[in-house]
Design a binder for this molecule. Structure first.
Ligand code: ADP
Length: 374
């Protein structure tokens, strides 16, 4: 079950291994357009593999032939926003079959077989994943990138507005430029509501400018594709998707909403998915849970999100360790008692569901009004 080994995330504490080939990137404007790809590793095997990596050479070539974009911004994108080795696959994600199928048809197959997906079948340019927090939206975005063999660029809208503020417009231009040159690409923007929301609009001049730049770059994707297709009648090589996620879809204004051709509801897990998720998590942990126990826990955790379930299982797994008290330092690993039903009951006092019934209604209403079915 890949979700556990990948629990470190991209944003909001999520971790993935980022491309570190060009980590020598610039701090100031006097950055050479040719990045220093020599990594100062003491491990000769590592340095060798870095030198020969096709990705390295591709990035190096791109950095040497930049046109009309800021080299510093490009370097920043490569260092901080381009992600490699996230290795999340469809099977790592519990449930969400409808969303997975929809993404396969809308993105994965068109990216893998551009020759079949031309004209009316051309891939969409914008997709929104919305739903309560912790339901797997970020995991899905990573899986789409892995499964479609795309370059994955991942940024949260809030960091565009804070960490990169002042540089953000340049950064947005560089982001789309690199995405096109590294196509097929997925630009994943998390917490998109903070950028495309009504509230962010008029209140702050710089965020309004970033929003405008994002919308311009995004439209140019579609028009460039249309032009290219008409002129050359060749397979599209401009496969770039803006994939966004939000927990607050109702904040996104109407004009921006329309740009997301598909808006996929990522709901809380149903009974079957909760059971599957729980069993996967416990398959790696010594336990004495019977089928009946699993079913009991599954029905007790109705309303828990995927991340609530992961947190609950972790908390339950701590109980046998807590029971050890001072023996903790001496006991052999094999002698630690298995996790049982009572541990889950105990853990439920600490780890509660994080999504309220009221907000769930709000998601369902929005999904009914604006969400894509299937
Ligand atoms: P979101 O982006 O919707 O807030 P994430 O994709 O970041 O949620 O999920 C957070 C964590 O919760 C994941 O790293 C994983 O451990 C767990 N999780 C959430 N949904 C699922 C799911 N459907 N299948 C497996 N794990 C999940």
């Amino acid at each position: 079950f890949g979700s556990e080994k990948n629990t470190q995330p991209v944003h909001r504490g999520k971790s993935v291994k980022r491309i570190d080939t060009l980590k020598t990137g610039p701090k100031s404007k006097s950055v050479p357009t040719t990045p220093n790809t020599e990594h100062k590793s003491l491990d000769p095997a590592k340095s060798r593999s870095r030198e020969t990596s096709p990705l390295d050479s591709r990035l190096k070539h791109i950095m040497q032939t930049l046109e009309g974009v800021d080299p510093t911004a490009c370097q920043q994108i490569i260092n901080d926003i381009m992600v490699s080795n996230s290795h999340i696959y469809w099977d790592d994600i519990a449930g969400l079959e409808k969303a997975k199928n929809s993404l396969k048809e809308a993105v994965v197959y068109p990216f893998l077989r551009p020759d079949l997906f031309k004209g009316l079948r051309e891939p969409i340019r914008g997709m929104l994943l919305f739903g309560p927090p912790g339901t797997g939206k970020t995991m899905i975005a990573k899986a789409v990138a892995t499964e479609s063999k795309s370059t994955f660029f991942s940024i949260s809208a809030s960091s565009l507005l804070s960490k990169y503020l002042g540089e953000s417009e340049k950064l947005v231009r560089a982001l789309f430029y690199l995405a096109k040159r590294m196509a097929p690409s997925i630009i994943f923007i998390d917490e998109i509501d903070s950028l495309l929301g009504d509230r962010s609009d008029n209140t702050n001049e710089s965020s309004r400018r970033i929003k405008t730049e994002l919308l311009i770059q995004w439209s140019e994707l579609s028009s460039a594709t249309a032009r290219e297709d008409k002129e050359n009648d060749s397979p599209l090589d401009n496969r770039v998707l803006v994939l966004s996620a939000t927990n607050l879809p109702w904040i996104i204004d109407e004009a921006a909403r329309r740009r997301f051709t598909r808006r996929l509801y990522i709901p809380l897990p149903d009974c079957e998915t909760r059971l599957y998720h729980l069993k996967k998590l416990m398959s790696r942990q010594k336990n004495n849970l019977s089928e009946e126990d699993f079913n009991k826990i599954t029905s007790m955790i109705e309303g828990y999100s995927g991340s609530d379930i992961t947190a609950l299982a972790k908390e339950a797994a701590m109980e046998p360790i807590r029971d050890l008290g001072d023996d903790l330092m001496n006991i052999n690993f094999e002698n630690v008692r298995p996790v049982g039903l009572s541990d889950f009951l105990e853990a439920m006092a600490t780890v509660k569901m994080s999504v309220s019934k009221e907000s769930l209604k709000q998601y369902e209403q929005w999904a009914h009004l604006y969400g894509s079915t299937g």
